[in-house]
Structure formats: structure tokens, C-alpha cells
Design a protein around this ligand. Sequence first.
Ligand SMILES: NC(=O)C1=CN([C@@H]2O[C@H](COP(=O)(O)OP(=O)(O)OC[C@H]3O[C@@H](n4cnc5c(N)ncnc54)[C@H](O)[C@@H]3O)[C@@H](O)[C@H]2O)[C@@H](O)CC1
Length: 482
Amino acid sequence: MKQAASALAAEAVDMLGEQPVAPGTLVVGLIGPGNNGGDGLYALAQLEDQGYATAALQCGPSVHSDALSVYESAGGRIAPYSQDNQPLANATLIIDALYGLGYRSGAELPRIPRGSRVLACDLPSGLNPETGVADDKVLLAERTVTFGAMKSGLLTGDGPLVTGDITVVPLDFDFTGQAPRTNLIDKQAALQLLDAHRSWRDAGRHKYQRGVLGLIAGSSLYPGAAQLTARAAVNCGVGLLRTHVPEDIAPLLAVAVPETVPLDDDQIREALSSARRYVHGRGAKISSWAIGPGLDSRTPPTGAIAEVFASRQPAVIDASGLELVPAGPSEQPRVLTPHAKELRMLLRRAGVTVTIEEITADPIRWTRWAALSYNAVVLLKGPTNYIVAPDGSSLVVSHTAPQLATAGSGDVLTGILGYLLSDSSLTGVNGVQTVSNRRMMELAACAAVIHGEAGRAAAACGTVNASRLIELLPGIMKRFGF
Ligand SMILES: NC(=O)C1=CN([C@@H]2O[C@H](COP(=O)(O)OP(=O)(O)OC[C@H]3O[C@@H](n4cnc5c(N)ncnc54)[C@H](O)[C@@H]3O)[C@@H](O)[C@H]2O)[C@@H](O)CC1
């Protein structure tokens, strides 16, 4: 804590930029009830030692007692915060040491004079450290000194709007005491995650070993969605694509995606039963499934589709497939890919009532509920993607582009993720072997990054549509090592 406080005090001195201390300079600390407040008091003590005039305002029911003793020994005084505090009005610099990692939404946040210079301790108070969702009264910072590691909330959601310049101060001890539950996955991290499971032997694989994706999609209502997912998977480089679509749209699909091979109910059953006899390395008739784009949810799934849901083969389930998936936990390794409205529907079917506004305000929380209720990895789509595993750990992908909010874009994501799940070198996928939820979550995050990269590349050249994303995929997959 003292190490963190030293970095905070040094940043304050840098912001004030005065040596020796200018007359009239006053540093005011807003001190919260937890360790974040402790950091603030230790930093104020160091500033007192360096000759600065400081004041501490207690904003909670208690303060860190050891830190307060040190501050008082250095000559500092603490007073309770009130709306009309004189020190706040006179402050040259405010240190926001109210709440850090322990912040829960809904705290009473002090009002500070407009135009105040604010240095945030670890995180601006009022900012959710994981999701980057900020309360309306969040304390806007000019700079933020964050300890130990970058927090996802500083970079996602509202984070970039409220943190100012960020300095990460490495601490020479494990400061959280446990692995963070939420990690950011950027392009570099995705490259590493994809590379980790690759071997030089992969170059010699035949098409069944490269992975076979079974796609269950499409209806006369939405004939295009199946095409988009199929083309995306093919352009990613899938070994073989088998497609199960209604008879009336099958000829259209065969023309649009000549690489695909049709899959009827009997063949689905055969693939599922041969998966149970799978011998590692020989390849599978179907290694994973993509279910949902363009399905007509008014038509109940055939017996064969229900058997896929009941199987142990990895699947990405999207769009109308989310309405067909049985509510409750399953043994199939699954990634569900809802947007906020679909997440609300999934939660309602699991007995949890929530509004879209509540989901948007705390996306990881509600995505966790769904991940737990369905025992599945859940990827919540939106301007930022949140991917949560049933154990509550989560990944955040903000490597996206606003232009990706276009029709068919989600179908492309399903094709990319379907491909990654089918690629046996990445997952060791087969019908019997259990793919870990951790790996499913990583692959879902990688798919979101690849999708984001396609969106950014498309936006750089002009308008963005799903077909354009698909055209760009071969080059982008190459950049990701495929
Ligand atoms: N070993 C460590 O973990 C270190 C932690 N450090 C500091 O410690 C901070 C985390 O400390 P804490 O876990 O004590 O958390 P915080 O200091 O962020 O806040 C926790 C306190 O605020 C209260 N609180 C949170 N939300 C509230 C709400 N909505 N309404 C009312 N009260 C609310 C909690 O009840 C608790 O008393 C970090 O952000 C960082 O500043 C650093 O000193 C580095 C070392």
C-alpha cells in the first residue's frame, strides 16, 4: 500500500509541477472507507513531508486507521466531508481516494467544483473496475494512477471518457491476492491464445483433421443468414462445412457456397454416434456445431437437432438458436452469443427477470447469471463484447468497430467462432473429450477480436457490411497465424 501511495504522491507532484512548493497550493484528498482511502492518506502524508499543504476529507463511515495515524503524525488533519467544504473550493489538486477495486454501484459520490483538477487513485470513483460502466456522478479525472495491473474498466465502456491519462504502477507483490476475474483480450493476447495450441504437425492434416463444422441454420424467412455464416466459416479456412438447412433454401445455399456439403437428419445422427467412437487424431465426421443463424424459431427443432443439443460436441449457438436451446444447465460445451435483448430472453427462461437497461448498466453481472444458469460460456455482443464462463471468470473484447452494428454481422461472428471450435488443433475437439470452458471462452474472445479486426479493416476502406467482412477474412486469418 505504501508503494502504491508513493507512486500516487509522485504523480501529484508531477501534476503540480512546482518545486519548491508555491504558496497557496493545497492538495485535498477525498478519503473513502477502504484500502483506496488508505492509499490516499499515505500519499497525503508523503506530500506533507515534502512541504505541501494538504487536507483530508472523510467521505465514509470510517477510514483506514494505520494510514490515518501516519497522516496525522506527518501533521495532516482529517475532517468530515460536507457539501460546502471550504478546502474543496480552494483545492489546487484533488486526490480521489474514495473507491477503487471495491466499488459497488450506487454510492453517494461527493460533488466537486467544476473544473477541479483530479488525480484518481487506482480508479476514478464511480467507475465499475470490470465493466467500465460509470455512474452519472463519477469523479472525472485528469490522470489516473492504477496499481499492479491495468483494469479492464479503465479501457472499456465509459472508462476512456473518465480516466484521463493512465499510469500503471507495477507493484512487486501480488496485489489482489488472486487472479483477476476479468481480463482484456486485445489483438496481441488473441494471437498468443490462438498460437498456444498449434503444432508444426498441423500443416499435414487432412480435411477431417482440420475440423468439420456442422451448420444448422436458415429458413425461408431468413435465407441469407445461413449463407453469411457458411461463407464466413469457409473463408476462415474450415476443413469441411456440412450444412443442414430447410429443403426450400438448400439450392440457393449450394450456389452461394459451393464448398458446403449438405447434412440430413440421418447423417447428423450418424455423425453424433461416430463421435462417440472417435479416436484422437483420426478426425471427426463433425467436430463442432454452429446453430441458429436465420432459423425460424416458430418451428420446433427436429429430433436430430434436439440430439445435437443433447450431445457433448462443442457448439456455438446464436440468434433463433438461443430460443430453441433448452433452458437450464447442459453438458454440451457451448458458447451462447446473445445481444442484450436475447440475453434478457435467456435469463427470463431461466427464471431471472431483468431489463435491458439493467443489462447495459452491469453487463458482466447479468452475463454471469446466464453463464451459471445455462452452464455455458456466454458472449454478450455489443459495442464491447463480454465473454463469461460458468465459473464467473470473464474476458472483455473492446477491439471492435462501431460499424459492426450492421445486419448479418452476428452471423459472420458465428461462422468465425464455429470455425475456431471446429479446428481440432486448437481445441483437441472430438465427441468424447471434454473441451474446457476456459478454452471455449478464450476461443470466443479470439473470434470477437478477429471479427473486430475485420470490422476495423472494412471501415478503413469504406462502408461496412457483412459480405465485406467475409471478403476480408482470409487475409485477416493469415495475420492471426492460420
Ligand atoms: N493488497 C491490495 O489489494 C492493494 C490494494 N490497493 C488499494 O486498495 C483498493 C481496494 O481496496 P478495498 O477492497 O478496500 O476497496 P475500496 O477501497 O475500493 O472500497 C471498499 C469500501 O467501500 C465501500 N463501498 C463500496 N461501494 C460502496 C457503495 N456503493 N456504497 C457504500 N459503500 C461502498 C465498501 O463497503 C468498503 O468499505 C484498490 O483500489 C487500491 O487502491 C493498493 O493499496 C495496492 C495494494
